[in-house]
Design a protein around this ligand. Structure first.
Ligand code: SF4
Ligand code: SF4
Length: 383
């Protein structure tokens, strides 16, 4: 949780930076900070989720350790970021999952879900695990209605948990749910998200350690993000085929759901694997050690999901298909269940922070008319 000490420390760091302002060209954090004179909890969680932990400001800072001020913006904001995940988590008691045994918990959940799926399939009829009966058709192993009921129920809970967290973050940042964001802010923020603008701000590759500048962190983030979106698109198209057109799986290798799923699966193999190995090369000084397990759990579950998904596609006509299907579904269930309590929330809060930042950055020159709400915010923060 966000302790008083951490809030006080964040306030101290931001106050020093606000007086200095040397780093204002590096990322969105500093211009957003300059719009404020005071740094309450909601301001700090907003700024923390704008930071993408590149380290530029630490390497440029004359007040960084060993200076007595010991200003370390990336580490401080990383700690507040983790605190924000816990602070806005729903249901609250599950916020412990952000710090405890993340990888072990994820793997245990996956193992439990796989075991449960095997047990219920055996109870429903052991012949379901035989390829002769399944004929490459997933729904002969796990009926379509069962899949919809299980994944629909889990998805509804996950969606409720994620949306509750998002609403809490948004309100704490001083925004109102009922006030729609200007369209310009939404399109700008969307552009920033899909291009990962701040991972290569100013056209120069991002740092991941002192004297180490490379495009890899951005590319692996891109592969992970677009891989995830392609897999989501594949599932949505398959659902449309089934429900809308009555076209039953299995679909041909050249069909849209399979092509999207394969491309997404490859992205989800390369992206998370790259991020996993890249993390080892990153400067420990800018990282929050408490988040190592969080990153590893999400990355490993994504890797296992894509590995088993691609394996299932390659072996869908073989005898191993029914067992592989149950393993894959169990891992996907574990991934889904851990989404609101793991690194996935980073993407959600960061996107919301970028929308807020874009809305605060709109000027009268952009719109040709006064931006009343934003002007009010600035007046409130900078009387
Ligand atoms: S990180 Fe250091 S150099 Fe950059 S604005 Fe803050 S105090 Fe100034
Ligand atoms: S670490 Fe990078 S993204 Fe975070 S505040 Fe510093 S310069 Fe900005």
């Amino acid at each position: 949780m966000l302790s008083d000490d951490l809030i006080r420390h964040g306030e101290h760091v931001m106050t020093v930076c606000n007086a200095c302002r040397y780093c204002e060209g590096y990322c969105a954090v500093f211009p957003a900070m300059e719009n404020r004179l005071t740094f309450l909890k909601g301001d700090l969680t907003y700024l923390a989720n704008l930071c993408h932990n590149c380290g530029e400001c630490l390497y440029a800072c004359p007040y960084g350790p060993p200076h007595e001020f010991a200003i370390n913006v990336p580490r401080t904001l990383a700690e507040i970021r983790l605190g924000s995940y816990e602070e806005y988590c729903w249901p609250g008691p599950l916020s412990r999952a952000f710090r405890r045994h993340q990888l072990l918990t994820g793997l245990a959940l996956a193992l439990g879900a796989v075991g449960l799926l095997f047990a219920s399939t055996l109870l429903a009829g052991p012949e379901r695990l035989s390829i002769a009966r399944s004929g490459g058709d997933f729904y002969r192993v796990v009926p379509h209605d069962v899949m919809v009921a299980v994944f629909g129920g889990v998805s509804a809970f996950v969606l409720a948990a994620l949306l509750t967290g998002l609403v809490r973050f948004w309100r704490d940042a001083g925004e109102r749910i009922a006030s729609p964001m200007p369209r310009l802010a939404l399109t700008r923020a969307l552009g920033d998200v899909v291009t990962l603008k701040y991972l290569h701000a100013n056209g120069v590759d991002c740092t991941s350690a002192e004297e180490l500048r490379s495009p890899w962190r951005r590319w692996f983030h891109h592969l992970t993000f677009y891989g995830f979106m392609l897999c989501f698109a594949s599932t949505s198209v398959a659902a449309l085929y089934h429900v809308g057109f009555g076209w039953q799986a299995p679909y041909a290798y050249s069909s849209l759901p399979v092509v999207l799923g394969t491309a997404g699966g490859l992205g989800l193999l390369a992206g998370p694997a790259g991020l996993f190995f890249l993390r080892r090369t990153r400067d420990e000084a800018i990282l929050d050690p408490a988040q190592g397990g969080l990153d590893a759990a999400f990355i490993i579950l994504l890797l296992l999901t894509s590995l088993t998904g691609l394996g299932l596609l390659a072996l869908r006509d073989r005898a191993a298909m029914p067992a592989l299907l149950l393993v894959h579904l169990g891992i996907v269930l574990a991934l889904f269940l851990t989404l609101p309590y793991g690194k996935f929330v980073h993407g959600m809060y960061r996107t919301a922070a970028l929308v807020k930042y874009a809305s605060e950055s709109i000027t009268t020159e952009d719109t040709g008319e006064p931006t009343e709400d934003r002007a009010r915010l600035r007046t409130k923060k900078n009387p």
